[in-house]
Design a protein around this ligand. Structure first.
Ligand code: HEM
Length: 201
């Protein structure tokens, strides 16, 4: 086992943009003064989540959905190993975390688009209630996600948060991704800026 590159640039940059957008959107959710900040930060979450879908098919090995979306038996086996406090080491996302990731992406898109419709006064108060309900559901999944990341880090003896920043995890040399795909991260930034500007205007 040695340090190998696992997370490409679009995965890492997209993740921390989503975290920033999500936190800022929550902090400004009740404020009239910061309404535009709220709309822009929510748009960042939507734009990153939309980018992540094609990246889940054409991205590097561990970014692909086929690598981390597994069937119920793999999820149950992984959860059992967690309960026994002996989770099997994962080079990419673990089988339980994979489903939380899909849920977070779906909720990010749904919450943001319903919020966008509310901002543009399409639909009535029910849409506003739906936006709030989706946001609270997303916060719940985020709390579970962060708890999973912290407990996974402790049980695996590997700092998963640092890995999401540097891209490096423990693994076999032959399992490393060959490139961090920096050009795709520039494309992500351009897309987020364009989609954010369009959704907020
Ligand atoms: C400060 C809070 C957060 C921390 C510390 C954190 C940390 C992490 C870490 C370490 C991973 C990789 C897990 C693994 O090794 O399998 C991850 C993945 C992920 N997290 Fe978070 N997370 C946070 C908040 C969020 C929020 C707020 C969202 C959504 C709005 C989110 C969405 C995701 C997604 C979509 C992935 C998968 C990344 C990808 O494959 O593209 N996270 N997170």
């Amino acid at each position: 086992m040695q340090k190998i590159l696992v997370w490409d640039w679009p995965v890492r940059l997209g993740h921390w943009l989503m975290v920033g957008g999500f936190i800022l959107a929550w902090l400004t959710s009740e404020s009239e003064t910061f309404r535009l900040v709220h709309v822009i930060s929510g748009s960042v979450v939507v734009a990153v989540a939309l980018f992540r879908i094609p990246w889940g098919f054409i991205g590097s090995r561990y970014a692909r959905f086929v690598d981390f979306v597994r069937g119920p038996s793999s999820v149950i086996d992984y959860l059992h190993s967690l309960l026994k406090l002996q989770p099997a080491h994962q080079t990419g996302h673990n089988p339980a975390g994979g489903w939380a990731i899909l849920l977070l992406l779906a909720l990010g898109i749904a919450t943001g688009l319903v919020g966008w419709a509310t901002y543009n006064e399409i639909g009535g108060e029910w849409l506003e209630d739906l936006h709030e309900g989706l946001a609270v559901t997303m916060l719940t999944v985020v709390i579970v996600h962060v708890a999973g990341v912290i407990s996974g880090s402790l049980l695996h003896g590997e700092n998963l948060i640092r890995a999401m920043i540097t891209g490096y995890k423990q693994g076999s040399l032959e399992d490393a991704i060959p490139s961090a795909r920096p050009l795709a991260a520039i494309l992500l930034l351009v897309w987020v800026a364009a989609a954010g500007w369009w959704l907020a205007s």
